[in-house]
Design a protein around this ligand. Structure first.
Ligand SMILES: OC[C@H]1O[C@H](O)[C@H](O)[C@@H]1O
Length: 332
């Protein structure tokens, strides 16, 4: 077996977020689906941006956020995702490397600009995302660094990658390399509407054993099985080796065959912005999983990292997660 050099390698859309506070009326005026992620074209991105209030630009991308969280916990993380050789692409690459994540995917030198996600955060802290995929959709199988994948304990794939056709091929190639190297393949279902678009394909990935570990929130899980929570959880146990389900203020759980482990949510003084909550939960869980910690320890690390991220604007941690974990009595 290849020597393990990374704990986790993530594949995802490489995106810079533009985040602004907004009233619900803004969402209604633009016909936005509150709490979801909607793909938009460049013309709509420009129209929405022109109407948004003052925003902040912060690097994002679901799997990229997760890898940054793992690095912040002291783990070894890598990321594969496509930017263009433009200003936003330079910012994305700088930020992820500065956070300690290995990132070497070459930037596209032609084609659409770097992906942007226009995020409106309403007074209740809920985020509504509008993603222009741009260069991110041109991640291809040629971008898969086979050595890096084979040397990572876990290959983590973002469900949003199922939207661009070529990225889907990259996803399958990475999963195959990881399994041939005896590694774990994990998938996050990303978004309930994304599950609606690809339900049959996601179930196939699970039932065919292409993914071993699945992350979902309650809405994604019930959308996947088109049934209530308890029935959906029972099906998840049958379809995948290990499942991790987040339930917002109700905490989180993991299932593996007959095993069930439940942890409460980590307390948060005020929910400022839910962007990245699931991503950072996955950071904590994957960090613990890759280090061989118990499911309870891993879930608690996830709950802690999620609590940090929703207490401020943006999906990249502002506090040292490693120190925070130690202060809270968790091993990292
Ligand atoms: O999960 C949050 C992330 O999803 C979207 O991909 C945004 O970039 C954001 O950072």
């Amino acid at each position: 077996m290849t020597v393990q050099q990374l704990d986790v390698i993530g594949f995802g859309n490489a995106i810079v977020d533009v985040i602004a506070r907004s009233e619900e009326a803004f969402l209604d005026r633009h016909g936005m689906r509150k709490g979801g992620m909607t793909l938009i074209d460049e013309a709509r991105a420009e129209a929405v941006y022109a109407d948004m209030g003052p925003g902040v630009e912060i690097s994002g991308g679901s799997a990229a956020n997760t890898m940054v969280g793992i690095a912040a916990l002291g783990g070894r993380a890598g990321f594969i995702g496509k930017v263009r050789d433009d200003e936003l692409g330079g910012i994305f690459a700088h930020d992820i490397r500065a956070a300690g994540v290995a990132y070497a995917t070459p930037a596209a030198v032609a084609g659409p600009t770097t992906a942007r996600c226009l995020i409106l955060v309403t007074p209740d802290g809920e985020r509504t995302m509008n993603t222009y995929l741009g260069a991110a959709q041109h991640l291809t199988p040629a971008d898969v660094d086979a050595n890096a994948v084979a040397s990572a304990g876990v290959t983590y794939l973002e469900g949003y990658l199922w939207d661009p056709a070529e990225a889907k091929e990259a996803f399958l190639k990475a999963a195959d390399i990881a399994h041939k190297a005896g590694r774990t393949v994990a998938l996050t279902l990303s978004d309930a509407f994304c599950v609606g678009r690809y339900r049959a394909e996601f179930l196939n990935l699970m039932r065919e054993g292409i993914v071993d570990l699945v992350f979902a929130n309650e809405a994604e899980l019930t959308s996947l099985y088109e049934t209530g929570f308890d029935a959906a959880l029972a099906q998840l146990r049958r379809d995948v080796t290990r499942g991790v389900v987040t339930r917002s203020e109700k905490g989180a759980l993991s299932v593996a065959g007959e095993d069930l482990v439940v942890v409460p949510a980590h307390p948060v003084a005020k929910v400022v912005d839910t962007t990245g909550a699931g991503d950072l939960f996955a950071s904590g869980y994957l960090h613990g999983f890759a280090r061989g910690f118990t499911p309870e320890e891993s879930l608690k690390l996830g709950a802690l990292a999620a609590a940090e991220i929703i207490s401020h604007i943006g999906a990249r941690p502002e506090q040292g997660l490693k120190a925070l974990a130690l202060e809270n009595g968790l091993r990292v």
